[in-house]
Design a protein around this ligand. Structure first.
Ligand code: MN
Length: 478
């Protein structure tokens, strides 16, 4: 019997608003002492009322639009009741019956071609605290409790771990492009739950699934899914296919999943509308204004780089993978109006230099405006390419000075004055009778050597084209 895997993903991503979703404590708790980033609201003190953070709502809407979800004009928050020591109120404020958005999709490019993955919903909720288990007991840190989350639930449309990873990566990119989440997996800002079941090829019904909880890297997402597919395959082959939905954990070190519990149905959470928050009512005009501020999405950008600017696939891919770099490149391109030089200065020279120092774009002192000005100075012949790439770029990189300032301070402006170049060429010809003789004897290389001498005499500042022409003229007269 041939079996196929049916995979769905639930992604939790922290919203990059300044404050938590219903209270003023900071959403960025990274590096803080445990239990210092808290207030009475997220600690569930009696009588404290939540207030929805408008920025968090806005970011949720932006992300939902970017994954093609329909934004609901009416949504509200619900209490999801369960007891766990990392949940101060005894319930999580989430959305159940009326989520912020529904019915989206994403397209991904897999080794088997294009695949369309349905997205059931994106809703808003709050994060819980963090438990640390150690030999003597368990420690709890509430710094994370109340941080805004987007829960993005996919349809069971994926058939392999490859598709799941590509889909998860696409979501991460989109969350970054829309500025909805930093989605830094190492900081736990994005986590996955993967549901997996198998079925005989050709059937359309769904069989009981195992949900793997809390995967926090693309690598563990991939290995956990592969392990679970194999485990269930063996069960099917032994005629012991899973009989009910289960929740399983993943052991990162062993690379295996383990049984945790039979899966809760939604009834067990006793959802009911959150009485302390008003419903969210959104008007079309408001949504339209948000839609207009969405940036170009990575997939569209990628196509544009290939089709309009003839970048190679690897150049385009490299750019879109880093949102900030792609936006920087677009600005340099727009201001300099020179694709080839922008690609070279941003992708090879700047990125290469940063890499050498183990730095990222955010550490660079060269603004997109300054970079474009540097490129324009090469285009107009004010400085040579070699000087731009060398001395000028390096000084800009180290000091943050503008190209204009560097050129003036170091006297690097190209010599384009014909009289001056003629004078230097005459001198070089007079000082190198051997090369002159060789050139006249038909050795083309001798000219190159003379050009080199002139460039050396002018510290690379002479316009090479002009030097070439002037030398030929002088040699003919000689
Ligand atoms: Mn959730």
């Amino acid at each position: 019997m041939e079996l196929e895997a049916i995979i769905g993903l639930e992604i939790h991503a922290q919203i990059s608003s300044k404050g938590k979703i219903f209270c003023p404590s900071a959403a960025n708790y990274f590096g803080k002492e445990p239990n210092t980033n808290i207030d009475p609201v997220c600690m569930g003190m009696p009588g404290q009322l939540p207030v929805l953070n408008e920025v968090a709502l806005l970011k949720g809407i932006r992300a939902a639009m970017a994954i093609n979800c329909k934004i609901n004009k009416y949504s509200h928050f619900d209490r999801k009741n369960y007891f766990y020591p990392d949940l101060p109120k005894g319930y999580q404020i989430s959305q159940f019956e009326f989520p912020l958005s529904e019915n989206g999709y994403l397209e991904i490019e897999t080794s088997q071609g294009k695949r369309k993955i349905g997205i059931t919903r994106l809703h808003l909720e709050e994060d819980a605290g963090k438990l640390t288990h150690y030999q003597g007991g368990t420690l709890v840190d509430f710094n994370r409790a109340g941080v805004g989350l987007m829960e993005i639930v996919s349809e069971p449309d994926m058939r392999s771990s490859e598709e799941a990873v590509l889909y998860a990566k696409a979501i991460q990119q989109i969350l970054r492009y829309t500025d909805a989440s930093d989605a830094d997996m190492e900081k736990g800002m994005m986590r996955f739950d993967a549901s997996i079941s198998l079925r005989p090829v050709g059937e359309s019904k769904l069989y009981p699934r195992a949900e793997i909880k809390n995967l926090n890297s693309f690598r563990s997402l991939e290995t956990a899914i592969n392990f679970e597919i194999e485990r269930q395959k063996e069960m099917w082959e032994a005629k012991e296919a899973p009989k009910n939905d289960t929740t399983v954990g993943y052991d990162d070190i062993a690379g295996t999943t383990f049984f945790m519990r039979n899966k809760e149905g939604s009834d067990e959470y006793r959802y009911f509308p959150e009485p302390d928050l008003p419903p969210v009512i959104l008007e079309e005009d408001f949504l339209e204004k948000i839609r207009e501020t969405l940036p170009e999405m990575p997939e569209v950008k990628y196509r544009r780089y290939l089709e309009e600017y003839n970048l190679t696939e690897s150049e385009a891919l490299f750019l879109i993978e880093d949102r900030d770099l792609a936006f920087y490149f677009d600005e340099v391109l727009e201001l300099s109006d020179d694709t080839k030089k922008s690609t070279s200065f941003v992708l090879s020279i700047l990125v290469g230099r940063l890499k050498k120092d183990n730095l990222g774009l955010k550490d660079s002192k060269i603004s997109s405006t300054q970079m474009a000005e540097l490129i324009k100075k090469v285009t107009t012949g004010e400085i040579s390419m070699n000087i731009a790439k060398g001395d000028v770029f390096e000084e800009m990189y180290l000091t943050g000075k503008s190209s204009q300032q560097v050129i003036e301070e170091k006297g690097l402006k190209s010599i384009t004055d014909e009289g001056e170049i003629d004078k230097i060429c005459q001198q070089v010809v007079a000082e190198n009778p051997k090369s002159v003789q060789d050139y006249k004897g038909g050795k083309e290389n001798a000219l190159k050597s003379l050009v080199g001498q002139v460039m050396k005499a002018t510290r690379g500042q002479a316009n090479p084209q002009l030097v070439n022409e002037t030398l030929i003229k002088i040699l003919k007269q000689n």
